[in-house]
Write a protein that binds this ligand. Structure first.
Ligand SMILES: C[S@@+](CC[C@H](N)C(=O)[O-])C[C@H]1O[C@@H](n2cnc3c(N)ncnc32)[C@H](O)[C@@H]1O
Length: 206
């Protein structure tokens, strides 16, 4: 499995696999098996708000919004430091421009969440350990009980890909969980064996 993971991930650098994956014609930098897991989580837990840090072209936000359409519930707030022309318009998607950890962005995100609303979070922006740890601290508080906080790209730094990456999402998760007992790693979400988020599906206890 580790060898297949490396083959699949590294093929992207010759323009294959996850860098050549589209949802309704929009690039979505994802392993489709993880998208399928997102579909199962959304159908199961029906969050009111899904916060995504890291928009890129908007393919993953559009995927999430499409599933929200099918369950007739949910909005997607997606954040990126870059503006990209021609991101998909969708009535369930709100685009915010700025750093996911800036006070202004965090305040704006909070202002869009109603008091009783259920919140899921997906972290897919800057994959350095320090940034992800900061996101975990900020957005971990916004995730509501029973919902998921997904840390993507925990496969970096030799887990099993990009061994020379340096500390990244996996190391951030480890440190976050050492000081936080509200979240548990849900390994059942790794059931397809290939996931870009090993030990990254964190569920907030009720
Ligand atoms: C891996 S891409 C996101 C891919 C997208 N979620 C998808 O699956 O198609 C990472 C994105 O994070 C953005 N980014 C980098 N640093 C950021 C930060 N501090 N805050 C928000 N976004 C950031 C980059 O501009 C880039 O578009």
């Amino acid at each position: 499995m580790r060898e297949f993971h490396k083959l699949y991930y590294n093929s992207a650098f010759t323009n294959g696999t996850f860098q050549n994956t589209y949802w309704l014609g929009i690039p979505a930098f994802k392993c489709p098996l993880d998208l399928w897991i997102y579909q199962e989580i959304i159908v199961d837990l029906k969050p009111d708000v899904i916060i995504e840090a890291g928009t890129a072209y908007g393919g993953s936000a559009l995927f999430l919004a499409s599933i929200c359409d099918l369950v007739e519930k949910g909005e997607v707030i997606t954040i990126d430091i870059e503006e990209v022309d021609e991101r998909p318009n969708h009535n369930r998607i709100k685009y915010l421009t700025g750093s996911s950890v800036s006070i202004d962005i965090v305040d704006r995100v909070k202002s869009y969440i109603g008091e009783e609303e259920e919140v899921m979070v997906i972290l897919d922006s800057d994959h350095s350990k320090d940034h992800v740890l900061e996101e975990l601290r900020v957005y971990g508080n916004l995730v509501t009980e029973g919902q998921y906080l997904v840390v993507e790209d925990t496969n970096l730094n030799g887990n099993p890909v990009c061994p020379d990456n340096g500390p990244g999402p996996m190391e951030a998760v480890k440190e976050f969980l050492e000081n936080n007992d509200r979240f548990q790693i849900d390994e059942s979400k790794e059931k397809f064996y290939l996931t870009f988020s090993p030990r990254g599906y964190l569920r907030k206890s009720r």
